[in-house]
Design a binder for this molecule. Structure first.
Ligand code: CO8
Length: 250
């Protein structure tokens, strides 16, 4: 791969967008590489995925403005569709995906982070949806995922103004889960990932699906889905082993 660095540490996979001279802006090749690696990770033995950006400055400064400056609506649609394919895959893959936001996460970079399950940021990170400053609206799910994560009033504030917010402000509005110093962001993210990886991947995966589905369904339907999913957990050997281990230790 040219733009994505993929490192495996047992069950944790770290994907680093490696285009630091362009602040990890995501061109079509970056998106194609994401599609390829996410396909591989879909049913391999990895349990948690971390996405971050290379260098000290940016997680990702978004879609590639140089490319966007030269395209017409048909190519823009293809670019948007490719972005949606990547972000939907991250959202749907049945293993947790954590964004380790090490600097700017702007436009498509912020949208990439929004598609992840958990967002950790460095204290010097800045997030924002500056698309309107470029004459476009968010195009990789920003209008929809931001609204679901921080609510319509805050989403509209960020999108209409295009302003960049600090990690502290992002934390206060629930846009990121936790913040760490830039030196400790990756190690803290990996420690968290290892905690999650110790748990049943079937149970974690099904929980991810339930929470995601719950965002777009009635409470009644969501609760029904939970009952069936919960019952399904009882069909696994792992559930028996884990419960027996708990009882035997006592
Ligand atoms: N695309 C392409 N190149 C970029 C991008 C980008 N998004 N961001 C930075 N770069 C490049 C710069 O052009 C520069 O390249 P060079 O050295 O060759 O001139 C290099 O990265 C370093 O950037 P700066 O010199 O600007 O670095 P600064 O530290 O001065 O500033 C900023 C950092 C504040 C992050 C600044 O670079 C910036 O504002 N970048 C643009 C951020 C932005 O507006 N992002 C949103 C883009 S729109 C988008 O993401 C839409 C998503 C939906 C797409 C839907 C598909 C159709």
């Amino acid at each position: 791969m040219q733009y994505l660095k993929v490192e495996r540490d047992n069950e944790i996979v770290q994907i680093t967008i490696d285009r630091p001279d362009k602040l990890n802006a995501m061109n079509l090749d970056v998106m194609d590489e994401f599609i390829s690696i996410l396909g591989e990770l879909d049913d391999d033995s990895s349990k948690v995925i971390i996405i971050t950006g290379s260098g000290q400055t940016a997680f990702s400064a978004g879609a590639d403005i140089e490319y966007m400056s030269r395209i017409e609506p048909t190519e823009a649609e293809k670019y948007a569709l490719k972005g949606h394919e990547v972000l939907n895959k991250i959202e749907k893959i049945e293993k947790p995906v954590i964004a380790a936001i090490n600097g700017y996460a702007l436009g498509g970079g912020c949208e990439l982070a929004l598609s992840c399950d958990i967002r950790f940021a460095s204290t010097d990170a800045h997030l924002g949806q500056p698309e309107v400053t470029l004459g476009i609206c968010p195009g990789w799910g920003g209008t929809q995922r931001l609204l679901r994560i921080i609510g319509p009033a805050r989403a509209k504030d960020l999108i209409f103004s295009g302003r960049r917010i600090s990690a502290e402000e992002a934390l206060s509005m629930g846009l990121v889960n936790r913040i760490f110093s830039s030196e400790s962001l990756l190690s803290e993210t990996k420690t968290y990932a290892r905690t999650v990886a110790k748990n049943s991947s079937f149970a974690v995966g099904i929980s991810k699906m339930l929470v995601n589905r719950g965002m777009d369904t009635s409470l009644d339907t969501g609760l029904k889905l939970e009952i069936y999913s919960w019952s399904l957990c009882f069909s696994t050997n792992e559930r028996q082993q884990r419960m027996r281990a708990f009882l035997e230790k006592k």
